[in-house]
Design a binder for this molecule. Structure first.
Ligand code: IDP
Ligand code: MG
Length: 134
């Protein structure tokens, strides 16, 4: 067993549709432990910093507008192989092509409003956890 930590976010589209509980259920049923949790809005400055690797992408401004459109739920998850396992539970970026049973396949609306975020590496998990949980 390799116990890891990762950062998960429930995005505004899922909050708006009362999906917080359903998404946390999927996370917990997969033996990932919620070690910390918060709900708040993020500023435009914070969103731009969080997604800075995508600054030059054509979807960047749409992404920032969306992520600041309402509150988000941010969670520190812990468990065996947490980074890769949570990415699998989320599914791929586009809900239409995401694997069946994944959060994005079940609940995502489109490639921008895809309900959840998850860190993509142990190094980024570390950076993202520090970003929200000092
Ligand atoms: P990921 O969330 O699956 O890791 P990234 O490529 O890191 O996907 O993109 C970050 C977020 O930006 C996505 O979750 C989604 O909300 C948005 N996004 C990514 N690619 C596109 C796109 O091609 N069109 C619109 N929005 C996108
Ligand atoms: Mg990513």
């Amino acid at each position: 067993m390799i116990i890891e930590q990762t950062l998960a976010i429930i995005k505004p589209d899922a909050i708006n549709r009362n999906l917080i509980g359903s998404i946390i259920n999927l996370i917990e049923q997969n033996n990932l432990n919620v070690k910390d949790i918060l709900m708040r809005r993020i500023s435009t400055k914070e969103a731009k910093e969080f997604y800075k690797i995508h600054t030059d992408r054509e979807f960047f401004s749409k992404l920032i507008e969306y992520m600041t459109s309402g509150p988000i739920v941010v969670m520190l998850l812990e468990g065996d192989d947490a980074v890769n396992r949570y990415r699998k539970i989320m599914g791929s970026t586009n809900p239409d092509t995401a694997e069946s049973g994944t959060i994005r396949k079940l609940y995502g609306l489109n490639t921008t409003e895809n309900s959840v975020h998850g860190s993509d590496s142990i190094d980024n998990a570390d950076i993202e956890i520090k970003f929200f949980f000092k």
